[in-house]
Design a protein around this ligand. Structure first.
Ligand code: DGT
Ligand code: CA
Ligand code: CA
Length: 577
């Protein structure tokens, strides 16, 4: 997809326009910024949109006017944007890297280039070593240190880490802090609390009477590779998982406000703060202040939302996607919770590319308190995963029948497969085998580079076979590795609604597919969702919480989640007419 590249170019143009002082540069800067955001978050390939509907279709995207649409067209047709190339000749700077350093904005980046020929991080490091920055107007000794620290952060922050890497680390830090008896409270904030699929840095808030000792402990934890900043109220360390962590020790009177502030998102906070101002309050990380400027103390986070005339908003929803408007109407849905989940409907065993036996998988599911688990191995076309043939499924299922007899009263194993949806939309097993199953999961694994229209019909054809209970990882993306294949999810969801096919929210942290925005998109249709781990080992069944987090980010209620149903209710849903 060209989206990322075009978005990056527009972002750079926005930055450069932002510091030029022509009569139109401010306006242009803002326009480029909006366009960069739109394109950067677009689910569909921008080239496809253009190829299907031309300039007109581009202009229907939020924030894209005629001029910008023409620039996109120019890039798609020629691989270049003339205006950008010309600006790049003037400023041959790696803006993306330099601007990722705290303390360097577009203006400073250009100044560094013009005065010291700094083009990227390496030349910046060289300049720092020779203390060349000190002499520049606007740069002192302090900013040299700041920038040096900024480089450490930027380099350890290269690429966002997965939620499954960040959340366990944050939990580990919380437990180190709590078991020290130095803190009265320690909680996770930031994107980790919001269960974003990737994490820029970890944010932790604590209450303590002994800031100094807490910061000493925090900065000497085993995972710390470098102390970036150490102060009495805020310390930042670099961690060996490739990210940094901020610890803030908060004044008890401010804790609720600080938690609200540092949970974010930034866009959510900006809107909340505006509402506070409209009601005569002032809201910041230190507290909610009344008309006379007095701190309303001891407010918990939920009290702040209440004071502002709205109901509590779960952290996963705080992205300014309409949740504040819902909260003001007291219409925030009761989101699905991990404890609502009664089983896992997509798991693998040793028979294919899993690492545990079905006995071990079932045992683990029992330990998790599940009522049911579906065993869904790959099918024969997926050779890399040692997919099973019809005959192998038959043999495997007689083993599962025996095990079910043995486990009666403890758990039910549903017989299934993760059947391959072949290139032509047919399924990779015989009708007879498919009919013998309780729970047919189906997915695309090969020939993914087909146009959107073809992929959409391929998947819909499979759904219309009337054999598929669950459509697994519907877009096939792998976070930081593989883009989603192009598919019209509205059309797919419509077909699912008609055929009573469940859409999967794959909880595997590299997949999280459907993602939050696609859940919101497909929720317009009367479909059910199944939050499945796709576990290839017992322990991977613990990925469920990432799927539930993603479902909550997609505003999903329990009633829409198939695997929150009891076994008898679920069986009715799985039964195909
Ligand atoms: P990340 O780290 O990129 O995954 O995302 P966050 O959301 O954890 O962002 P981070 O760590 O920069 O800041 C934590 C929270 O602090 C953020 O979600 C909202 C709040 N915050 C930070 N900077 C600002 C700001 O300039 N304005 C407002 N309103 N809030 C901010
Ligand atoms: Ca963060
Ligand atoms: Ca942070």
């Amino acid at each position: 997809m060209k989206n990322k590249e075009i978005s990056r170019i527009f972002e750079e143009l926005s930055n450069i326009k932002g510091i030029e002082k022509t009569s139109t540069s401010n306006f242009e800067s803002r326009a480029y910024k909006r366009a960069a955001l739109t394109i950067g978050t677009l689910q569909q390939d921008i080239s496809d949109i253009y190829n299907q509907g031309g300039i007109k279709a581009l202009m229907e995207l939020p924030g894209i006017g005629k001029g910008l649409a023409e620039k996109i067209e120019e890039y798609i047709k020629t691989g270049h944007i003339k205006e950008y190339d010309e600006i790049k000749k003037r400023y041959p700077i790696d803006f993306t890297s330099l601007l990722s350093i705290e303390g360097i904005g577009p203006k400073k980046a250009i100044e560094l280039y013009e005065k010291l020929n700094v083009k990227g991080i390496q030349t910046l490091k060289d300049a720092l070593k020779k203390h060349k920055l000190k002499g520049l107007p606007g740069f002192g000794e302090k900013s040299e240190n700041e920038i040096a620290k900024g480089i450490v952060i930027a380099e350890s922050n290269k690429g966002r880490i997965l939620l499954s890497e960040g959340l366990p680390e944050a939990e580990k830090i919380i437990s180190i802090l709590k078991s020290s008896n130095l803190v009265k409270e320690a909680v996770i904030a930031g994107s980790t609390r919001r269960m974003r699929e990737t994490i820029g840095d970890l944010d932790i808030l604590a209450l303590s009477d002994n800031n100094e000792k807490v910061m000493d402990l925090f900065s000497t934890m085993p995972d710390v590779t470098e102390i970036v900043v150490k102060g009495p109220t805020k310390t930042t360390v670099a961690l060996n998982i490739g990210t940094t962590c901020d610890l803030r020790v908060i004044n008890p009177d401010s804790f609720g406000a600080a938690l609200q502030y540092f949970t974010g998102s930034r866009d959510h906070n900006i809107k909340i703060r505006t509402i506070a101002v409209g009601k005569g309050y002032k809201l910041n990380e230190y507290g909610l202040f009344d008309k006379s400027g007095k701190l309303i103390s001891k407010l918990e986070e939920k009290d702040i939302y209440e004071k502002l005339g709205m109901c509590y908003i779960p952290p996963e929803m705080r992205e300014n996607r309409g949740e504040i408007e819902l909260a003001e109407k007291y219409q925030i849905p009761k989101l699905v919770e991990l404890s609502d989940i009664r089983g896992d409907l997509h798991t693998h065993t040793k028979e294919t590319d899993g690492i545990n036996t079905i006995e071990e998988m079932a045992d683990y599911a029992i330990k998790k308190g599940y009522e049911y688990i579906a065993t869904t191995n790959h099918t024969k076309s997926l050779k890399v995963a040692h997919g099973m043939s019809d005959k192998q499924f038959e043999e495997y299922f007689s083993k599962v029948d025996e095990l079910n007899d043995k486990l009666k009263g403890k758990i039910t194993i549903l017989k299934g497969a993760e059947v391959d949806i072949l290139k032509d939309g047919t399924l990779d097993l015989s009708d007879k085998t498919l009919e013998s199953m309780d729970c047919v999961v189906a997915a695309v694994h090969s020939s993914t580079n087909m146009p959107e229209e073809q992929m959409t019909s391929r998947i819909i054809k499979a759904i219309n076979s009337n054999y598929i209970n669950i459509l697994a990882h519907p877009t096939g993306r792998l976070i930081n590795e593989r883009e989603p294949y192009p598919v019209n999810l509205s059309k797919v969801a419509e077909a699912c609604a008609y055929m009573h096919t469940i859409l999967e929210i794959n909880a595997s942290p590299q997949r999280l597919d459907l993602n939050d925005t696609n859940i919101i998109l497909t929720s317009k249709f009367p479909v059910l969702y199944s939050i499945d781990t796709d576990a290839h080992s017992t322990l991977q069944m613990d990925f469920m919480r990432y799927g539930v987090g993603t479902a909550r980010r997609g505003w999903l209620e329990k009633a829409k989640v198939a695997n929150s149903l009891s076994l008898s209710e679920l069986r009715k849903v799985l039964k195909k007419q």
